[in-house]
Structures are given as structure tokens and as C-alpha cells.
Design a protein around this ligand. Structure first.
Ligand code: ZN
Length: 227
């Protein structure tokens, strides 16, 4: 069986992809990779580590500390994340230019060294913030570039590409990812329990509501507050 590498951010989507990869390739063939890119919220990396433990797959964190030096971004710099109301036609300030392209290029180089030919990323072009590096044409073009540039037959899988958030919730339930889902991190403000009003929290809540499922992350915090 071929080996597969999941780019794991510690969020809901990449966690669903991790379980998708386990089903497709077998647990023993799957590993996960996270990037320490100078994000303000290290909680994401802790989540990725915990989720990999729950899923029983090997996990590694690669440091890339260049993005914060580029500046101007709410995920790496000390500036406020725009709430949904503030977002007009331009890209939100949570867009880190080139982030997915760089993540996948590093992931491909990492995979090459380990004879892994399948990369899995949780990007979706539906129901999202309109990030251009999450679109299908960007990803298929990048796959082509990586194949040419490394002379390596790598495939980028995007199982969530055309799913909306409620489809993703349904898929993660089907794949048995809900135990891990309780430890995912989505909130752009890095809060735990999640802030509930940032764009990421709102989108996540909408997905669970539409799927008719209680978010296990919320459930976990309710459990603690009731205790
Ligand atoms: Zn939030």
C-alpha cells in the first residue's frame, strides 16, 4: 500500500482529512505534518499533536518562521482578526499569501525524502473565505509543478474541495473522526473555549447546526464547566 502524508493544521478540515487518509491508505501508512509558521496561536500545534495521538499516526512539526517577517497578517501579527461584518469584497486579513503553496511544497519535499507519494490537504473552495490558494485550479496546477520540479509522481488529494461545512461534518462522523474533533482548533482568535464570533467560529457552528450535530469541541467545554 502507498504511503500518505496529511498536512494537519489542527483544525476541523485537516482532521477530517486525516481520517479520510486512514480509511484510504491504512493507518500504518499515514503520517501527519504540521508547520510552525509563526502563527500567533500555538494552540493549533498542540491540537495537531493531540489529534495525531488520538488517531495513532506519527506526527512531525516543521518550523517555517518566515511568514511573520512578511507582516500584515492577522494570523501571524498582532492585529485584530476581522469579524464577518467587516469583510467586504477583498480578501480577509486572515489570508496569508502563499501559505498553502509553501506548505504543500515543503510537504512534497518532506514526502520525497520518505518515498511518500500522496499528500492530503483539507482545502475547500466552497463555503470558505475565498482564499485563492484553496481552489481546485490552484491545487492541480501546483501538483503539476511539483511533479515537474521534483521529477516525482506526487498526488495532492483534496477530499473536501467541493464539500460545504455541513457535508464535512457528516463525512467526519462517517469516518469516525468525532473523538478527535473534540480537540480540533478553529477559532481565529485562538480562544478555548472558542470565541464564537470570529469568521472561523461562525462557519464551524453553521456547519454543525446544518448537519444537526452538536460540536464535540463545544460539548467538551460544556462538560468541564458543568463539573
Ligand atoms: Zn473564534
Amino acid at each position: 500500500m502507498s504511503k500518505a502524508l496529511v498536512v494537519l493544521s489542527g483544525g476541523q478540515d485537516s482532521t477530517t482529512c486525516l481520517y479520510w487518509a486512514i480509511k484510504q491508505f491504512g493507518r500504518e501508512n499515514v503520517s501527519s505534518l504540521s508547520f510552525d509558521y509563526g502563527q500567533r496561536h500555538k494552540i493549533e500545534l498542540e491540537a495537531a499533536k493531540k489529534i495525531s495521538e488520538i488517531a495513532a499516526v506519527a506526527h512531525e512539526i516543521l518550523p517555517i518562521d518566515t511568514f511573520s517577517a512578511l507582516g500584515g497578517n492577522a494570523l501571524t501579527d498582532d492585529i485584530d482578526v476581522q469579524d464577518d461584518d467587516d469583510v467586504d469584497s477583498v480578501l480577509p486579513n486572515t489570508f496569508v499569501p502563499g501559505r498553502n503553496l509553501i506548505f504543500l511544497t515543503f510537504a512534497a519535499a518532506y514526502a520525497y525524502q520518505r518515498s511518500i507519494k500522496h499528500l492530503i490537504t483539507g482545502v475547500a473552495q466552497t463555503d470558505y473565505s475565498g482564499y485563492p490558494d484553496c481552489r481546485e485550479n490552484t491545487l492541480s496546477s501546483l501538483e503539476q509543478t511539483l511533479r515537474l520540479g521534483m521529477e516525482y509522481d506526487v498526488t495532492i488529494h483534496t477530499p473536501l474541495m467541493n464539500l460545504n461545512k455541513s457535508d464535512t461534518v457528516a463525512l467526519s462522523e462517517k469516518l469516525g473522526a468525532m473523538d478527535a474533533m473534540a480537540y480540533t482548533h478553529t477559532c481565529y482568535n485562538g480562544e478555548q473555549p472558542p470565541c464564537g464570533h470570529c469568521q472561523a467560529c461562525l462557519l464551524r457552528a453553521k456547519g454543525f447546526a446544518e448537519a444537526g450535530r452538536v460540536d464535540p469541541l463545544i460539548e467538551r467545554f460544556q462538560f468541564f464547566t458543568q463539573k
